[in-house]
Design a protein around this ligand. Structure first.
Ligand code: PLP
Ligand code: COI
Length: 341
């Protein structure tokens, strides 16, 4: 694929192999950097830990073209730290924050022709991931691992961008109370595939998962955190140990409080409260901010007053401010933008 032939405004959220990616391998207790490579494929033992026992984890972040011609990533050290936390939970070796960030930077610089231009609505998505590579047969961790970072230009995760979507409350659980919902292991996504497939077959964009223990509290969707706007203008977002600590959500908490002067509540959110909220949105690197117009709950439809036609006014303000920060139109808090080019 030649960069000049890409219609940035029509890009889907899908994989396009770019010229180079970064690789490091972990053997005999230490990381060896292979640096940038062109090979897209990975050759593995049929008994590799990733194939038998799903020992894999990943991250997702984006490179943004700014208004004044720079290229930046958004709080990449938080992705690195989350990967460290995930690796600890999944018995995988840690990658230092410095190694993670410099690997991401190297991939962006080497594939610079594929960074979507400012204002195109597209971005360069970075996918750092790690897998257990050596053969295992009994259930145990690998002791050899591969870390890669690839990049791919993407458009919005949900078709239509900032157009409201409809969710459905899932009958399946995403994360157990003492499970792995708070880390970014491939296993969390594998077990959401069936539920996601069911939701889409019924015409919903995504599932809304409830807490496994009581089935009464809102958690998140398969690939994004969730927030609500109350009738008195508060930003409310679930506080739970079993959801992924979204970097977008943590940033929106600051944007809502410090940029938009809103009151913020990070607390348990009950399914029974949903009809009282004015707006609902999903937030994540891929999802950015996706307004939610309605949530289907076992035959009942919870319809937010913001409706299905356009994003609610607060969702829109949050979207514009966050994207403004990421693309250099709005002053960013100290340390939020990492300049790559
Ligand atoms: N929740 C889940 C399950 C996710 O997969 C993601 C995406 O990474 C998020 C939330 C959003 O996290 P972030 O804002 O760090 O991309
Ligand atoms: C991301 O937002 O980066 C994710 O990893 C979510 C995934 C569902 C694409």
């Amino acid at each position: 694929m030649k960069a000049e032939t890409i219609d940035w405004s029509q890009l889907p959220f899908s994989y396009m192999p770019l010229p180079s990616r970064y690789e490091a391998v972990f053997q005999n207790g230490c990381w060896q950097e292979k640096g940038l490579i062109t090979e897209t494929e990975i050759r593995l033992s049929e008994s590799a830990a990733v194939l038998q026992y799903a020992q894999s984890c990943f991250e997702g972040l984006k490179a943004y073209s700014t208004r004044d011609g720079q290229v930046v990533t958004f709080r990449p050290e938080l992705n690195a730290q989350r990967m460290i936390d995930t690796c600890r939970r999944l018995v995988m070796p840690e990658i230092s924050i410095e190694m993670f960030v410099s690997a991401v930077d190297a991939v962006i610089r080497d594939n610079a022709a594929f960074i979507p231009p400012y204002g195109s609505g597209a971005t360069l998505y970075l996918r750092p991931f790690m897998i257990g590579t050596n053969p295992v047969l009994g259930v145990r961790s690998a002791d050899e691992f591969l870390f890669r970072v690839f990049a791919t230009p993407v458009g919005p995760y949900f078709k239509g961008g900032v157009k409201p979507i409809t969710l459905t409350v899932s009958d399946f659980d995403r994360a157990a109370p003492r499970g792995t919902g708070h880390v970014k292991g491939g296993l969390n996504y594998a077990m959401s595939l069936y539920a996601g497939h069911q939701a889409k077959a019924q015409g919903y964009a995504e599932n809304m998962y409830l807490d496994a223990a009581t089935q009464s509290k809102v958690e998140e969707t398969g690939g994004a955190n969730v927030f609500f706007i109350t009738s008195d203008g508060k930003f409310v977002t679930p506080d739970s140990h079993t959801i992924l600590p979204s970097i977008t959500r943590r940033s929106l908490v600051t944007v809502a409080a410090d940029y938009l002067g809103m009151q913020v509540e990070e607390r348990e959110v009950y399914l029974s409260e949903l009809p009282s909220f004015l707006e609902c949105g999903l937030c994540g690197t891929a999802a950015i901010i996706t307004p939610v117009g309605a949530i289907h709950d076992h035959g009942k439809m919870i319809e937010f007053p913001s409706g299905m036609e356009k994003p609610g006014p607060v969702c829109l303000k949050l979207y514009d401010t966050l994207l403004g920060i990421q693309t250099g139109q709005v002053a960013a808090p100290e340390g939020w933008l990492h300049r790559v080019l």
